[in-house]
Each structure stands twice: as structure tokens, then as C-alpha cells.
Design a protein around this ligand. Structure first.
Ligand code: KG4
Length: 338
């Protein structure tokens, strides 16, 4: 029996999960509300909150799984990329627990974890998982990438943003409309009442499968600046239409490159991962793509879209089976690599 405890602490969510023989037994996440009033994640506050949360979150995950710590086979942790102070909390906790229990450590790349979220199993009969190779659109607050997934341990980034990430574009445009942080879910909610064809914003012209979102952000900002001169309440009067039109533009940009990549590489399975995959228009665009192009699409449950330890546990389960453990001197890394 292989039982792994996984800890995720790369940004502002403290999460712990337990997986046994490939079946997820628990996934507990404490989100940090402290950042809301600052309009973005404050790294120092994030590390402090992780310090407070990590023990109760791990304890709850073990209790919900019905697992005692002495029954664990290994401890997994997110090594990076992410905020260094945040990563240090999870990494140090995992090392301390692993050493005290005399069990091995498994390090997991956060971005690979997001992709491998598609293999998390809760033991339900109707679960579907992609087979290799497939394309994964990885979209979050910090990343927008198209990943060619050839195996659980063989991934190639074939396209990525050259400036802002899709989530960042949502959040920055939301801020201009005075919406709370993070703005992505607010835009999604307001867009449901709006006309997505009312306004048009700049779409980038970037070669290959790379993305760019900074032009869209600027176009949105300048458009509002001009409109506000004529009507100081322009945002209030048009909020739903603005959100719907902006959301449509982001989704169109994301889907166009993904469609092209799938066509060029003759890949018929496409998946979406990361925080922005919670977006209802993006999820709908994926379903539509599946219907039109007879492709198999994979959209994760909401609980596995934002940062979570279930995906880290799944990645660790693959690694355990392959005997990939890490030394106790493994240090976290902040930089984005896959
Ligand atoms: O993967 P994630 O939880 O962590 C970071 O990369 O930080 O992604 C967070 C991002 C934020 O930019 C947030 O606005 C965006 O995901 N997001 C959404 C939605 N839910 C979260 N964007 C659009 N629509 C949503 N429903």
C-alpha cells in the first residue's frame, strides 16, 4: 500500500492532500483572505499565513483521510515555482515530518502538478482521464502556456505568454473597473448578464503558439479612459457588457492558438488547467471545441483548478512508483520552469 501526504504552499493557498494507491482520500485548502484589501498577494503576509495554517491543514487532511502519520509512505511538497517564502514553509514542514517519520521526500513542480490534476482519481465510476499525448492549456494568475504532454514526466511548453498571463489580464482589467481582487471570478460572474459582442478590444498578433495579453490590457484601459471623459459613470452603466466583451476576447485569444496547435500536431485530446480554467466562458469554449472538432476535452472539477495539494499528491504518486525521491537538502525555486 502506498500512502502519500502532499503539501502545496506556492502562493496564497495552504493545501494538504492524502492519496492512497492512486485514490485521493482528502484534499484540504485554507485560502488566505488577508490579501484582499491590498489588491494582490503580499508575499510576506502569505508566508506568515502559511506558518499559521500548515499544521491544522495537514492535521485535517490526515483526519479526513482516516490515516495516521505513522502509516505514510512518503511526504511530497511543491518545490516551485512560486513565492520563495511561501514555498519554504511547505518545504521545511515536509522535510521535518519526513525526517521524523524516516520516510522519503518527493518534490513536485507546481506547473506539472496543474497538468497532472487531470489524473486525480476519487474512485468514482464515471471519471475520465486523458491518454498521452495530449495538449494542456495551463492558464493561471502567473502562467499562460500550451503544454504538449507526452508522458507524466515528459512535458514540453510549445507556447507561452511573452508578457502578462491570462489571469493577470483579468485581474488588472478588473482593478480598472474597481472590482475586488482577484478580479477574474468577478468578471466571470458579471459577464453572465452582459453582451459579449458589444465592445471590441485589441487582439495580439504574435507568431507561433505564444500569447500576449499586455496589449489587450492597454486597449481596455485606453477605451475606458476615452469613454469616461464623455460619461463619468460609463463603467457603472456598462459593467456587465464590459466584462462579457473582455472575457470573450481573452477566451478567443486562448482558444485560437490552442486550436492551431492541436491541428498542426494532429492531437485530438485537449485539456485545460490552472486557476483561469474555472472561467465559465473558457469551459464552454472547450466543450464547443470538442463538439465542433470531435476532440476529447478534459476540464477539471472546480476544486482542482486553483492551487490544491490533490494535484501535487497525484504527481507524487507517479514519482513514488518510478522511485523518484529527493534529498533532504532540496531547496525551493521561485522561477517558472517545467
Ligand atoms: O492557479 P491560480 O489559483 O494561482 C495563481 O496563478 O496565482 O490562478 C489564479 C488566477 C487569478 O488571476 C484569478 O483571477 C483567476 O485565476 N481566476 C479566474 C476565475 N477564477 C480564478 N479568472 C477568470 N474567471 C474565473 N472564474
Amino acid at each position: 500500500m502506498i500512502t502519500i501526504l502532499a503539501i502545496e504552499s506556492s502562493c496564497d493557498d495552504t493545501s494538504a492532500a492524502v492519496i492512497r494507491d492512486g485514490i485521493l482520500l482528502s484534499n484540504v485548502t485554507a485560502s488566505q483572505k488577508v490579501h484582499e484589501e491590498y489588491g494582490g498577494v503580499v508575499p510576506e503576509l502569505a508566508s506568515r499565513a502559511h506558518q499559521q495554517n500548515v499544521l491544522p491543514v495537514v492535521d485535517t487532511a490526515l483526519k479526513r483521510a482516516g490515516v495516521r502519520k505513522e502509516q505514510l509512505s512518503a511526504i511530497a511538497f511543491t518545490r516551485g515555482p512560486g513565492l520563495l517564502g511561501s514555498l519554504l514553509v511547505g518545504t521545511s514542514f515536509a522535510k521535518g515530518l519526513g525526517l521524523s517519520l524516516h520516510i522519503p521526500l518527493i518534490e513536485v513542480n507546481h506547473l506539472q502538478g496543474h497538468v497532472l490534476a487531470h489524473f486525480v482519481s476519487e474512485g468514482k465510476p464515471d471519471e475520465r482521464h486523458p491518454s498521452f499525448p495530449f495538449l494542456c492549456l495551463l492558464v493561471s494568475g502567473g502562467n499562460s502556456q500550451i503544454v504538449l504532454v507526452k508522458a507524466w514526466n515528459d512535458m514540453q511548453i510549445i507556447g507561452q505568454t511573452i508578457d502578462d498571463a491570462a489571469g493577470e489580464a483579468f485581474d488588472k482589467c478588473a482593478k480598472v473597473m474597481n472590482l475586488p481582487y482577484p478580479g477574474g471570478p468577478w468578471i466571470d460572474r458579471l459577464a453572465k448578464e452582459g453582451d459579449a459582442d458589444r465592445f471590441r478590444f485589441a487582439k495580439p498578433n504574435i507568431k507561433g503558439y505564444d500569447y500576449s495579453f499586455s496589449g489587450l490590457k492597454t486597449s481596455f484601459l485606453y477605451f475606458l479612459r476615452d469613454q469616461l471623459v464623455q460619461d463619468p459613470d460609463f463603467i457603472e452603466h456598462n459593467k456587465a457588457d464590459l466584462c462579457a466583451s473582455l472575457q470573450k476576447t481573452v477566451v478567443d485569444i486562448l482558444m485560437k492558438k490552442l486550436r492551431q496547435a492541436a491541428k498542426d500536431l494532429h492531437i485530438s485530446q485537449v485539456a485545460v488547467a490552472g486557476g483561469v480554467s474555472a472561467n465559465s466562458a473558457l469551459r464552454e469554449a472547450f466543450l464547443d471545441y470538442g463538439r465542433r472538432y470531435k476532440a476529447e476535452v478534459f476540464i477539471p472539477p472546480f476544486s482542482f483548478t486553483t492551487d490544491n495539494a490533490a494535484m501535487i499528491a497525484q504527481a507524487a504518486y507517479f514519482k513514488y512508483q518510478a522511485g523518484e525521491f529527493c534529498p533532504v537538502d532540496a531547496v525551493p525555486f521561485a522561477k517558472t520552469i517545467i
